[in-house]
Design a protein around this ligand. Structure first.
Ligand SMILES: Nc1ncnc2c1ncn2[C@@H]1O[C@H](COP(=O)(O)OP(=O)(O)OP(=O)(O)O)[C@@H](O)[C@H]1O
Ligand SMILES: [Mg+2]
Length: 461
């Protein structure tokens, strides 16, 4: 499996962005709710102040050139109903205080009779809200501007404001939590088509290079199209490589077979022993080249198929019997008997039948090749633990004294087999097939007599 470098996560990115938006909206909500609620509280206070000022203003009259004020109790009591607030008033006639607190500051705006003016100021160390209600009053022959100023501290409003802020903050947090949950659902929902596509690609067999045909959202269509184009190209290239391997084998072997046949024919007409020897060497070289070409191409085929392993459930005993059947004509030439033993209840394995047959073929080919005439080759299939083992035991010349690891290396051959044609690729192929299937190859001596025991183990399906 190739390592894919991960860089960020779409899901995380989307989620973070949605959460960021939710956070900004929550803060905006907090400030909006707070501002609106405070404005509402201020408006309420202003309304009471103006009601009070109106009541006082209506109680002012002019009599015989005198301004008479009789501040009604209700005018100030409506303000006093708000707990702990202090109330101040002042009545002025053309800037001269008629009654009340004469240091109560008047709003600096220009007065328009009948229209109240509001201001917020610090008075006697507390913040106060002042409402000023001007009106025209005729005193004797003159008309004066009578202004009623009513002020109230804002201590209660500060408490209300704190409560409002807490409520607004709670609303903001609630909104954020809710949007967070919704963002999470939305992100998962948005990612679903991507996951579905990934699953549908992952579910396919490694050999399945047909186009992906799931429906996908518009944004994924270009990716899907490129994937399908790529698969098409890969599939064509694999097919070309397989064809090439088959063709190459044919092209190499056919002329070699001709060389061999022609040499054998020539051998019959040649008298001189040295010429016969030359022809014998030609035949051997042709055989060796043919074997090498065959094994090299088999090796290429194994490497290709191992990369795209197409697994199916296989019965190892049946597989072994097929291979024995195909090799028995060669074994018969040397009067070699091949026996096959193994219980029918042995579990199956998962693998590519062509590759596994090729591996068994190589083991049996060695056993036949390196065994003397009139001997027995035993193929024993047994289940040990969670794997199936196939032992190919012969009565041949054995593995020799050299390094046994070298025998499974590419082109590695024993010193005791120089007289027999071989390319040294058979066991390399077996090892590669085992590696692709999670199995192992082991070489040991025949436990009973002279000879070799070559074993492969494959995990049970
Ligand atoms: N059954 C066996 N008896 C004796 N020696 C064996 C046996 N199997 C393998 N060997 C040794 O291991 C070496 C490697 O085997 P491998 O099958 O890879 O190559 P090869 O048989 O020489 O050539 P080829 O690629 O044509 O099969 C052989 O050359 C031989 O020395
Ligand atoms: Mg071999």
């Amino acid at each position: 499996m190739t390592a894919v470098r991960t860089k960020g996560s779409l899901r995380r990115r989307l989620l973070l962005q949605l959460l960021l938006v939710a956070a900004i909206l929550s803060v905006a909500l907090y400030f909006t709710v707070r501002a609106l609620a405070q404005q509402a509280a201020e408006t309420t206070q202003d309304n009471i102040l103006i009601a009070s000022a109106t009541a006082i203003s209506e109680a002012v009259r002019a009599e015989r050139g005198q301004i008479l004020v009789d501040v009604p109790y209700s005018a100030l009591s409506m303000l006093g109903s708000i707990a702990e607030e202090r109330v101040f008033y002042r009545i002025t006639a053309d800037d001269l205080t008629v009654t009340g607190y004469d240091d109560l500051p008047a709003p600096s705006a220009t007065f328009d009779a009948g229209n109240p003016v509001f201001a917020t100021a610090i008075y006697r160390e507390d913040e106060v809200r002042i409402a000023a209600l001007p009106r025209r009053l005729t005193v004797g022959d003159e008309t004066v501007i009578l202004t009623v100023l009513v002020a109230q501290t804002r201590l209660g409003l500060a408490a209300v404001s704190l409560q409002i802020s807490i409520a607004a903050a709670a609303a903001g947090i609630g909104f954020f939590v809710l949007s967070g949950a919704l963002s999470w659902f939305a992100t998962n929902n948005a990612m679903r088509p991507l996951n579905r596509l990934a699953q549908s690609v992952a579910r396919r067999g490694p050999q399945d290079l047909s186009p992906v045909e799931t429906s996908a959202p518009t944004e994924l269509v270009p990716l899907l199209q490129s994937l399908n184009t790529f698969m098409g190209r890969l599939s064509a290239s694999l097919a070309r490589t397989e064809d090439f391997i088959a063709e190459a084998a044919h092209h190499v072997r056919t002329p070699l077979a001709t060389v061999r046949t022609q040499s054998e024919i020539a051998m019959r007409s040649v008298r001189k022993p040295e010429n016969k020897q030359i022809l014998r060497e030609v035949i051997r070289a042709a055989d060796e080249s043919s074997r090498s070409a065959g094994q090299l191409l088999d090796h290429a085929m194994v490497a290709l198929r191992s990369d795209n392993l197409e697994k199916e459930r296989l019965n190892v005993k049946e597989l072994a019997q097929d291979v024995i059947r195909s090799i028995s004509p060669t074994a018969d030439l040397k009067d070699i008997r091949i026996t096959c033993s193994g219980s029918d209840t042995i579990g199956s394995v998962e693998g590519d039948p062509i590759l596994l047959q090729n591996a068994l073929q190589n083991l049996l080919d060695n056993a036949v090749k390196y065994s003397p005439e009139d001997s027995v080759i035993k193929v024993e299939i047994l289940q040990s633990g969670s794997s199936v083992r196939v032992d190919v035991i012969d009565e041949g010349r054995g593995l020799g004294d050299g390094d046994r690891k070298h025998l499974t290396e590419r082109f590695g051959r024993g010193d005791n087999v120089r007289d027999i044609i071989g390319s040294g690729l058979g066991l390399t192929i077996v090892e590669e097939v085992m590696r692709a299937h999670g199995g192992t190859l082991e070489l040991s001596d025949n436990p009973e007599k002279r000879g070799t025991c070559a074993s492969i183990s494959l995990p049970l399906a």
